[in-house]
Ligand binder design. Structure first.
Ligand SMILES: Cc1cc2nc3c(=O)[nH]c(=O)nc-3n(C[C@H](O)[C@H](O)[C@H](O)COP(=O)(O)OP(=O)(O)OC[C@H]3O[C@@H](n4cnc5c(N)ncnc54)[C@H](O)[C@@H]3O)c2cc1C
Length: 423
């Protein structure tokens, strides 16, 4: 039934000779659905089902809003509500709390699919998933009742607040001070570029009770309503404009000790067991989705754009066929690397580290390359202000800035291959 509907949707796209595909995002998206289906043959049944649910949400609730989300730099509240209504918010929440208790493969499959509809929404969703995996990792009954259960019920959005202006790309060296006070913690410092800043219901923040050496930090939950939290200027990014990636000051913010995740100082465990794999996979999936969306848009344009003097479609040009083949190879080998790392990670394989480290770097490079090439293949239509191609290119560029950035990840991948310590 569903396949039939998609097939007819696609043929209605093909009938148009020169559609402005770089504006009509709902049109290009139907071809990306076919590609998602191909990948889902390799997925466990439960993950394939989640991916199909994500595809429905992307088609019905994300694609149509993506342009406005970008233009207005508007946090995607409605889109996240649609994701919640489809029961996807509790992807990593244990089953006994109402969640799916899924791992990295599901994170990649769902986030990639959402990213094809709207990259900003997928980024907010990805950060929510990473933070919820961090909360679930060493949960207490306090975390279960106040955070994980509401997350699974779609009532609570969370996010990650690790990076700081002071230490920048070195997100693993927080300077946020956590002092013991009144049987809990008092927090003083700042965080920068917090996805869903000022919007999410809670944030997993990193802070230090000591001197802030690399790896010697703790993770703590910050409820949105805690006193002393001041969100700074609204986010106006070049790309990922719906992300509300805002800076925040924390002045004498008090939270009870129940908000601590794990034990003080056991963050090396958190970083390597949860933050790094989940963050790397979530971000890799976002950028993979962007690359696929750009390739789909370019492909559709090439298939439908015809020159009046020859009657030939762009797709009749051998040079363009070659270029499309090259881009497809780029996207598909990146996808294989990412899913390979996710699967090894889910199986607890010691070989997972290298592909997990490499995944975000590869996805970032692929997304920037493919969106850039798609801009050329899309011709003048793509070069128009706020075209789909332009948005995807701007969104893709965030990959190289977001820590750990591409260069750091390549360095760490090399160290992992050589058996050297990462930091
Ligand atoms: C859209 C967006 C969303 C974000 N969301 C979040 C979030 O949800 N949570 C969060 O905690 N953070 C988030 N961040 C922050 C992000 O992860 C980075 O920490 C931050 O963008 C980098 O900070 P900076 O500009 O101070 O970088 P700087 O430290 O000033 O570095 C600038 C550049 O120098 C290079 N560089 C720096 N150090 C090295 C090195 N050792 N090796 C190689 N190259 C290096 C890199 O190219 C880097 O991009 C987000 C950022 C963006 C843009």
């Amino acid at each position: 039934m569903r396949l039939l509907a998609l097939a007819s949707f696609e043929s209605s796209c093909d009938e148009q000779l020169q559609p402005p595909v770089f504006k009509r995002s709902s049109c290009y998206f139907c071809s990306s659905v076919k590609l998602a289906d191909m990948v889902s043959h390799d997925l466990p049944a439960a993950v394939a089902h989640l991916q199909q649910t994500a595809e429905t949400v992307a088609l019905e609730s994300l694609v149509g809003c993506a342009e406005d989300t970008d233009r207005l730099a508007r946090w995607p509240a409605e889109q996240l509500r649609a994701i919640a209504a489809a029961e996807l918010m509790g992807l990593h929440v244990p089953r006994n709390l109402g969640g799916h208790e899924q791992g990295l493969t599901a994170l990649v499959a769902v986030t990639e699919t959402l990213a094809k509809g709207c990259a900003s929404t997928a980024m907010c969703y990805g950060m929510h998933c990473v933070a919820s995996a961090v909360i679930a990792a060493k949960r207490t009954s306090f975390h279960e009742e106040n955070f994980l259960r509401p997350i699974a019920e779609g009532q609570h959005v969370t996010s990650l607040a690790l990076s700081e202006g002071g230490t920048g790309a070195h997100f693993y060296i927080p300077q946020l001070k956590m002092t013991h006070a009144d049987g809990g913690y008092r927090l003083n410092g700042s965080k920068h570029f917090v996805t869903s800043g000022g919007e999410a219901d809670s944030f997993v923040a990193s802070g230090t009770t000591g001197d802030g050496d690399a790896g010697q930090f703790s993770c703590i939950l910050l409820p949105k309503q805690a006193r002393g939290i001041t969100w700074l200027e609204p986010w106006q990014g070049v790309g990922m404009r719906g992300n509300s990636s805002r800076n925040v000051n924390l002045e004498d913010v008090s939270v009870s000790e129940e908000h601590l995740l794990g034990s003080e100082g056991d963050q090396i465990w958190y970083v390597f067991e949860v933050v790094a794999p989940y963050f790397s996979m979530a971000m890799a999936a976002v950028y993979l989705g962007i690359a696929q969306a750009a390739l789909d848009a370019a492909t559709q344009h090439i298939q439908t754009r015809r020159h009046a003097h020859s009657g030939q479609a762009l797709s009749d040009e051998p040079l363009i066929q070659h270029k499309v083949g090259e881009l497809w190879m780029e996207v598909e080998r990146t996808r294989r690397l990412i899913y390979h790392g996710a699967l090894l990670g889910d199986n607890g394989s010691p070989r997972a580290l290298t592909p997990i480290l490499a995944a975000k770097a590869a996805a970032g490079e692929t997304a920037v390359k493919v969106t850039n090439e798609a801009m050329s293949l899309g011709g003048g239509l793509a070069y128009r202000e706020n075209s789909l191609g332009a948005r995807l290119l701007r969104d893709a560029r965030a990959a190289h800035v977001m820590a750990p950035n591409t260069e750091m990840l390549k360095l760490w991948t090399g160290r992992a291959v050589l058996g050297l310590p990462l930091l």
